[in-house]
Structures are given as C-alpha cells and as structure tokens.
Design a protein around this ligand. Structure first.
Ligand code: GDP
Length: 601
C-alpha cells in the first residue's frame, strides 16, 4: 500500500458502503466488530484491513477470503465494507447526512438468549425513521447448551454438526427473535429463506466469540449493498468531498481537529471547506489530512500519518484553523470548483433540518452532537415534554440562567445528553435551583426526568392536601353526651374519612348543609388528639351547638367542605385520597348537588 494515497479506494466510481452496528448493551456489538477486524487481520495479507479514523475498511478480497464460498470476489464490484468503529445508536444518530443516516446499512445485534431489550427497540425505531436497510445478527449462538463450536464456519455447516437438542434450542430462540421483529412491524426470517431483502429482514445466527456465522453476515452485507444500494454507491470519486463530523478533538500540535467520515468525493490538503459550527457555517482551509499509522509502523515518532488526499468512503482526521466551534454531527463540504456562497447555503440548509420545535415554556436541552440533539428532540416530542431551548454543547452558566426563568419546577431543568458541565455552571445550578439530568442513554434520561416530574407532582398534591379541608362523616353515639353546650362534648364514631381539630362541623337539614359549629378539641381514650380516622371512636368538643336543640344523639354530622376545596378534591385529588374519604366526598357532593347541581363544579 502506498501511504500517500488512499490504499482502499477503488479507481472506479463505486464507493465502499458504510456499515454501522447497533443493539442493546452487552449483546455483543464490540465483540462482533473485533471479531471481523481480528479475522481480517489473521487472514494474513498485508493491507487486509485499513484502520481509518473512527472506521475500519475491509476490502473486497479480504471479505471474500473470510467468507469463503459465500462471497466470490468476482461477483461483486463494490470495493468492500467500511465499518464504523464505535457501535451503538449514539454514533449512529450522530452520523447523519443528507437528512438521513450516514451509514448505508446496519447490523442490529441481538443476543439470542436475551431477545429484544429496550435499546433493541430504540435502535429499530431509529433504523425505521432513517430508512436504513439492516440485517439482524442473532449473536452468541455458541452459548446454546450442548453447542459444539466450529470456529469461523458458515452457519449451515455448524448447524448441521450440532445435536438435535442443541439445534432445537437454537431454533426456539431464533423464532422468538423473528416473532419479536414481526411484533415490531418487520417481516423477518432466517436469512437463507429471504428472497427479497428489500421488504424482509434477514436474521443471521452468529457468534462473535467463535466466528461462526460471520461468513454469512459478511455475505449478506455484501449482497444487500450490491443488490439494492449499488446506485447510491455510484459517486464522482474525484468530486468535491462531502462528509459528516464524527467528533471535534484537540490534538497536540494541531489544535482543534475534526474526525470526519467522508461519504462522497475527495478531500485534498489545501482544500477550502465549509463546516457546521455552533454559530453557523465555518469557512476554513485543510492544513493536514491524518490517519492512524499502520500497526507495523506504530513505533515511529508520530501517531498519525499524513495523506495528500482522501476518497470516499473514508474516516479521516482533518486539521484546519478555526475549528473550535465546529459541531459533532455537522456537515463538512469541500468548496473546490464551486461558489463559496452556494456551499455555505448547502451547509446552512442541512443545519436547519435539525431545528427543534421549541415552546414558550419547557426544559433546556443540551446534547453533544447535532444528531443526538435531533434524537433527543424526537424522544421528548414523543414523551410530550416541551422544550424551551435546545443546543449542541456543554452546559454553560447561560443555560442555567435560561432554565432558571421557568416558573414551574418541572421546567427549571436542563436535560443533558452526553455533555460536560462547565465548572461555573455547576455553581449556578445550585444557586439558581435548577436541576440537571445528564445521561448517555436517551430513554434513561427521559425516564429520569419523568420520575422527577411525578415526584414533584406528588409533593405538590401533598402540600395541597395539607391545606385543604378533607371530607369526613361521623355519628353522635347514644348515651354519650358529656356536656350539653359551650362547648358541647359528645362521643362520636367516625364513619368515613378523617376528622381534624379546628374544622367546621355541618349537619344536613332539609337537604341543606348547615354549619353548626367548630371542633375545638378531641380525645381518644383520654388522650388529646388532633385527628381521628374512620372506624375510631372519640369524644369531641363542638363550639356552637347545644345537644337536644341543634344536635341530637344518633345525628350524622360532617366536616364542612368549602366549595372550592370540594372542587379541587373531586377534580384533582380524587385518586390520591383513601377510599373511605372518597366515599364521604361523593356523599357530600351528592347531598349538595340535590339543591344546586353545579355546586363544586
Ligand atoms: P456490547 O456492549 O454490545 O458492545 O457487547 P460486548 O461486545 O462488550 O459483549 C458483552 C459480553 O458478551 C462480553 O463479555 C463478551 O465477551 C460477550 N460476548 C459477546 N459476543 C459473544 C458471543 O458470541 N458468545 C459468547 N459466549 N459471548 C459473547
């Protein structure tokens, strides 16, 4: 390989398809990538793979020798596969391009024993939304009880050499996954039964540990790309480059650099480029194109080797002045041969696709990349969480100031996705009483926030409940008049609800509630108490009435409910109060509404 040119670029006009790996945590994404890279390296040829920035290129010849009979190099004219190194939907959604996903094709990894998990569903949503073709790698088949591993063998071969029992257990797990895909709205089957990969999802049983099924996975990826995406791979390889920023990174000796995945054209040292930045497009000039040094040369002084020029598809580090404000997930465009204004316009148009719907009231959102900002906005819209402002970048004091203007506690919140908090912002959070939620899993972030909101609402209800007069019904017991008046002291039994001291007491007469006095003391078994629950018997002192004239033994009495309180109880807190209290409330409302049907409404 010639280090000064792009070793894996085909001289023709077809570029390498970009492959992303997604799936639930621990289902084997990293292992699968390692296995593919490792097997490629152990195929032994020099240039078996090329380590790019953020991606690994596996050329067709290497794919073919790994896949054996399943991939005949002569049947393909695509140059190979470019695997994005960081698996997971974070990088997948960061790597957006042209309004969709940058990856041309995806592998959704599902643990055969574990089946669908939350991030599997989330990945499926993203794949569906971006219209990305994908295959399912049903991973860890080697963990099937009684499995007899056949390292690096194609599925059919290893399947045939298993016991009936092992085969049966694997089949059960595979059909479970196919069923789950179908529940999610995808028609799927084992890949060798799929005729039309455009309408159907192929499931490939694999083991990232033993390499079983990896030939099949590679064959399906190559076949899918060749068959359905060939036209998209036809690009002008020499044209002005187009790419997406994967990461903005400071490098010793270079300052801020961009890790870019180039999906179209060429970028050359000295090219003028336009990059999406926090404050809008940045125009600058490429000073250096860098790539990790090959393993064999790693002992040389520099970590990177310099390239004169790079062709799509490719991962490359780009050094240029003025990149501090560049955003991960933003577009990069080479200007070459075009009007600068037009290129700036293109970049602006792509940036504006990600503008988030904001409201007058809502939370502040910060995300590490444009793609994750978009994914956050989608997730929050689905969860009906309003957004006041959404931006790419770390949490700064300014964000805290914006969040602190909210009147509702549930909006005095910053939702951070995979961001850092600047130290002066940390202080402000405390001072301004703004809550920060920061996570690198979106559904977790949404869940944490929803829990917080519920908690706040519960607290609020509790304070309201504290202030509100609560309904209760009680009866004066026979032969329990201890004092006739000033105050009247009688024994009562509480029938429903809780009576509290200092509350007004009412009695229904002629269908109307009449206030007859106020509770001014309570004793339960000789002890002073402030309240008494349904079922208990207590003696109460009532200021106002006289026993024998205003009230009688056997009378049913009520805690008087102000209309406003009754309304709040019925409309907002009905589910929060105990059943017996609810019964007292309903009975009270019914009595009041006989007179006035709109009472408390
Ligand atoms: P990720 O979180 O999806 O990237 O998952 P990893 O690749 O880190 O794998 C999680 C765990 O599963 C690790 O302990 C792996 O060694 C193990 N693992 C992954 N693939 C396989 C497999 O095919 N067979 C077995 N037995 N273990 C696997």
């Amino acid at each position: 390989a010639n280090p000064d040119t792009d070793a894996d670029a085909d001289p023709g006009s077809l570029r390498t398809p970009i492959v992303a790996v997604l799936g639930h945590v621990d289902h084997g994404k990293t292992s699968l990538l390692d296995k593919i890279r490792g097997s490629a390296v152990s195929e032994g040829e020099a240039g078996a793979i090329t380590q790019h920035i953020g991606a690994t290129a596996v050329p067709l010849d290497t794919v073919s020798s790994m896949a054996g009979d399943l991939v005949m190099a002569d049947d393909f004219d695509l140059p190979g596969l470019l695997f994005i190194d960081t698996p997971g939907h974070h990088s997948f959604s960061t790597l957006r391009a042209r309004g969709g996903a940058l990856a041309d094709i995806a592998v959704l990894v599902v643990d055969v024993n574990d089946g669908f998990q939350p991030q599997t569903e989330e990945a499926l949503d993203i794949l569906q939304r971006t219209g990305t073709p994908f295959v399912v790698a049903a991973n860890k088949i080697d963990t099937t009880p009684g499995w007899n591993p056949q390292p690096d063998a194609p599925v059919q071969e290893t399947y045939d050499s298993q016991s009936d029992r092992a085969r049966q257990m694997l089949d059960e797990n595979l059909y479970e996954i196919i069923g789950q895909l179908s529940d999610a709205g995808f028609s799927a089957d084992l890949y060798w039964r799929v005729q039309n990969f455009q309408g159907n999802i192929g499931v490939v049983p694999v083991s990232a540990m033993t390499g079983e099924g990896i030939p099949d996975l590679l064959a399906v990826l190559m076949g899918l790309s060749q068959r359905y995406m060939k036209t998209e791979m036809e690009i002008d390889l020499g044209g002005p480059g187009k790419g997406t920023v994967l990461e903005v990174k400071d490098e010793k000796g270079f300052g801020a650099t961009l890790d870019v995945v180039l999906y179209d054209g060429t970028v050359t040292e000295g090219d003028r480029i336009v990059v999406g930045g926090v404050e809008g497009p940045i125009v600058t000039e490429v000073r250096a194109l860098l790539r990790p040094r090959a393993l064999s040369e790693i002992r040389t002084e520099a970590e990177f080797e310099r390239l004169d020029s790079v062709q799509a598809a490719s991962g490359v580090k780009l050094a240029a002045p003025d990149l501090d404000d560049a955003m991960a997930g933003a577009p990069v465009r080479v200007v070459r041969g075009r009007h600068l204004e037009d290129v700036i316009g293109e970049v602006e148009a792509e940036l504006s696709e990600i503008e988030v719907d904001t409201q007058e009231q809502g939370v502040v959102v910060k995300a590490d990349t444009l793609g994750s900002l978009e994914a956050m906005a989608n997730a929050l819209r689905e969860a009906e969480i309003p957004i006041l402002r959404a931006e790419v970048g770390d949490v700064a004091p300014r964000d805290v100031a914006v969040a602190s203007t909210a009147t509702e506690a549930e909006n005095r919140v910053i939702l951070g996705f995979n961001v850092d908090v600047l130290s002066d912002a940390e202080r402000e959070l405390d001072r301004q009483d703004v809550r920060l939620f920061n996570h690198d899993v979106i559904y977790q972030l949404v869940e944490d926030y929803e829990e917080f909101v519920e908690e706040r609402q519960r607290e609020q209800q509790e304070t309201v409940l504290d202030k509100i007069h609560r309904p209760a019904r009680f009866r004066i017991l026979e032969d329990h008049t201890f004092r006739q008046n000033n105050p009247a002291v009688v024994g009562v039994e509480i029938l429903a609800g809780t009576i509290e001291n200092n509350r007004r007491v009412a009695k229904f007469e002629n269908g109307d509630a009449e206030r007859i006095g106020e509770l001014s003391g309570m004793q339960e078994q000789g002890e002073d108490v402030d309240e008494a629950r349904a079922g208990s018997r207590v003696s109460v002192a009532i200021d106002g009435p006289t026993v024998g004239r205003d009230i009688e033994e056997g009378d049913e009495l009520w805690i008087h409910l102000p209309e406003k309180h009754a309304k709040i109880l019925e409309q907002e807190l009905k589910e929060e109060i105990p059943a017996d209290e609810r019964e007292a409330l309903n009975a009270y409302l019914e009595k009041m509404r006989k007179r006035d049907p709109f009472w408390g409404k």
